[in-house]
Design a protein around this ligand. Sequence first.
Ligand code: AMP
Ligand code: TRP
Length: 359
Amino acid sequence: MAKSAAGAANITGSTPMSRIFSGVQPTGNLHLGNYLGAIRNFVALQAEYECIYCVVDLHAITVWQDPAELRAQTREVTAAFLAAGIDPKTSIIFNQSQVSAHAELAWLFNCVARLGWLNRMTQFKEKSGKNREAASVGLYVYPNLMAADIMAYKATHVPVGEDQRQHLELTRDIAQKFNNDTGKEVFPIVEPLIFGAATRVMSLRDGSKKMSKSEPSDFSRINITDGPELIAQKIRKARTDSAPVPGPEALTADGLQIAEAHQTERPEAFNLLAIYAALSHQPIAAPLNEFGGSQFSDFKRRLAELAVENLGPIGTEMQRLMADPAYVDSVLADGAARADAQAAPVLAEAKEAIGLLST
Ligand code: AMP
Ligand code: TRP
């Protein structure tokens, strides 16, 4: 399984020395998009690679978080990592604020990244909205902190959903400029790992918006912790159109993707089909062949069963883990010590390259 996942990820020219890093924000409502775009891939990669997975609490506070909620959500994302199958012994699981190298290296990168680069970041534009003047400075330099997360471990590959591609390009630019400016090859040039049939899961209510933690309507997403009844109800109510389920005629000539014209015309239908393909570990063509021409009600019933089969055990295990915060905290403490041991020498090397005196 891991082999095929890594194969699908197409880690070209990788060696067992490739190192994986990724992060998830503790901002509530972990959903099917987080699972299919990121967390499930984290699990698959750990069989072959050294993996470091981080609960990025310093990223979360770039917008206001209630302190009690932030604590609870940090434990909840940790529980989701564990429940999904990340092994805290072979991989490292920790929370960002416990390893000071992240914030320190982010400052160095604040002095490398250019205003013009950050001004192009579409996520900042979306998150700051119309009232840009009122956004925190942290939200603006968020991508520099993300680059620091990855570079503190000299990670080579980063599994993420499609929405993070631009931030990883910025990480490459920062690493390159740092190396050029100092004349030292301190940082590697990272590769994104964006793989699976659902790298951009869309809202169940509106196929033009991505499924998101912050969307007010809970019916726009399937949360990892939703029970079977609620999952079935949300899928039943998911927006579609009145035509039958599209079939293989919607595929591109190579049979690997949905042709753009079809995708644009029926985004909600193809979103559900992509979710089905991802959950059943099949290419997108499979559900089109199987359900093309039938009624959405039949397809939705099967999709709900599949979602419950996949998410049910994870939700149950998360509940069990969240009832034991001492255990969850011990996983984070152990992970932080191991992460710190790796990040500290990298930070020292970066400081030395710049000319900062060290002790
Ligand atoms: P976040 O919730 O923003 O911390 O995202 C955590 C991970 O989930 C990142 O790798 C995102 O790219 C991924 N992700 C978030 N939303 C989606 C989505 N709707 N579809 C696919 N991946 C997603
Ligand atoms: N920005 C990412 C998101 O919102 C989270 C993140 C922070 C991250 N640091 C990272 C992802 C480092 C990958 C690597 O989804």
